[in-house]
Design a protein around this ligand. Sequence first.
Ligand SMILES: Nc1ncnc2c1ncn2[C@@H]1O[C@H](COP(=O)(O)OP(=O)(O)O)[C@@H](O)[C@H]1O
Ligand SMILES: O=c1ccn([C@@H]2O[C@H](COP(=O)(O)O)[C@@H](O)[C@H]2O)c(=O)[nH]1
Length: 523
Amino acid sequence: MSSELSGDDLTSVASTLPVSPTRDRFQPKKNTVLVSHGRPPWYDEDGKPTGDAYVVAVSGGSGSGKTHVARQIVKSLGSIPTVIILSQDSFYKYHSPEELELAHANKLDFDHPDAIDMPMFAACLADLKACKQSNIPVYSFAEHQRLEEKKYLYGATIIITEGIMALHDPVLRALYDLKVFVQCDSDLMLARRLQRDVKERGRSVDGILDQYLRFVKPSYDNFVRPTAAYADIIVPGSNNTVAIELISAHIRRQLQQRANQFRQKLAIPHLYFNGRSGASTPDSRLEDLDLQVLPQTPQLKGIFTILRSNSTSRQDFVFFADRLSTILVEHAQQYLPYFPKTITTPVGVESHGQILNAKHICGVSILRSGGALERGFRRVINDVPVGSLLVQSDAKTSEPLLLHAMLPVCVKLRHLAKESWVFLLDAQIGTAAAAFMAIRILLDHGVREERIIFVTFLVARGGGVSVLRRAFPRVKIVCGAVDDLMQEGWLEGYRAEGNPEGLGRKIWVMQPGMGQIGDRYYL
Ligand SMILES: Nc1ncnc2c1ncn2[C@@H]1O[C@H](COP(=O)(O)OP(=O)(O)O)[C@@H](O)[C@H]1O
Ligand SMILES: O=c1ccn([C@@H]2O[C@H](COP(=O)(O)O)[C@@H](O)[C@H]2O)c(=O)[nH]1
């Protein structure tokens, strides 16, 4: 495991580490990922990001209400996709023992622009804006120090960054779509700072006042207040509900302009992409789709006959799905790098064989139905992490939404992601909307396209696979069978069972298909 991140292989790091009671009590929870209604596609049919995340910067003096404004904007946005609040405080520089001594005596200037690692702040923000992940530093106000751990952030449609120097640096300013300055009376800022620093940052009143007169107030006058000139909007530091409403209305309008009707286009590519190379129809030539289909042996056909039948018991379904996923993953392993290796056998004879030579391998299943391939995956490739992505359709628009991403560390860290081989697991590729999103997520993290191996039971020839192929030609797709049809309709028994999700709503189904694989495997 990398020394940069510790904690469990799959969880977001900062919260999992043992921390001192003092640190725990005073650690500000400023950098937050707020997911409300899932993240809609941030890329087009060519697989390329359609645009950057929308970045709002909120600046103002200490205690002016920047954090409050950032949180109120999120609240007022209501039903919105993922928002990241990124605090400039995380980017205070690492302090030497001598500097720490000064800091604890309130004699270190934290209010000068040089106190903040602006290049690092700009680099992390640029990554997040470009829809990539970032592992940002964690800062302790109680210890006046940057901690060892890092916090993994990914997947924002909107980023709200806040800090006293947020508008100071021209490189940072160039990254913002909207610049806000919170204007507040100095006495109100001081009163708020006193209350907050005693309660949340473990400070004494004397110390706070000492630091305020020595550094905070002069710096506000010299460096912070002048940056109000760069702001698009000045917001009052109290009674600011109307200003916040205006800002969120503006952001909502910007997001609406970026919306993309994605699944509909993928599901019937011959209607939307006619004339463009690679658009498939139910009669598309299999060779053009470049799928790695398992050899259609009698025993494989036997497995599919059982899996497709609506009279198969759950117990049998699970047994044969596990068997099929084991065969698929075994077959897919041919894409991993193997090298010649000579060994000596128990009878003392040399034998020339092959050995796997891949540093980082992991699985990522697309929930729920991708879970049906996990047991087979673990049987063939044991002792590697398996992450998951929860992608579901928006009930109103049918667009895919990313609701949750839990990725292995070898994907979360960009320098490892470049070297990693990732097996994406999902039961079928129909409209290909979920597959599209999952591949885009891995590419955002820096996984190489040719190192993504998509393993699936079924692919619909007339569905979105052709568009997926054209967007990501180097991804390997290993499947057990190919179905011809992709139609808008109801699954047999789906409505009859009174499934509230399915009631009155058509979904895209492949035929002959295997039904709702997640339901059949788990319920
Ligand atoms: N508009 C407001 N109305 C009421 N209280 C506010 C308002 N803005 C900020 N506060 C309070 O003032 C304190 C400092 O605000 P905060 O947002 O943390 O300041 P900053 O991030 O600018 O240092 C917090 O306790 C917060 O609840
Ligand atoms: O170790 C530190 C680092 C910073 N400060 C003070 O924090 C404020 C900025 O944070 P806000 O949340 O915007 O108030 C800045 O004025 C520094 O003086 C600190 O006291 N110790």
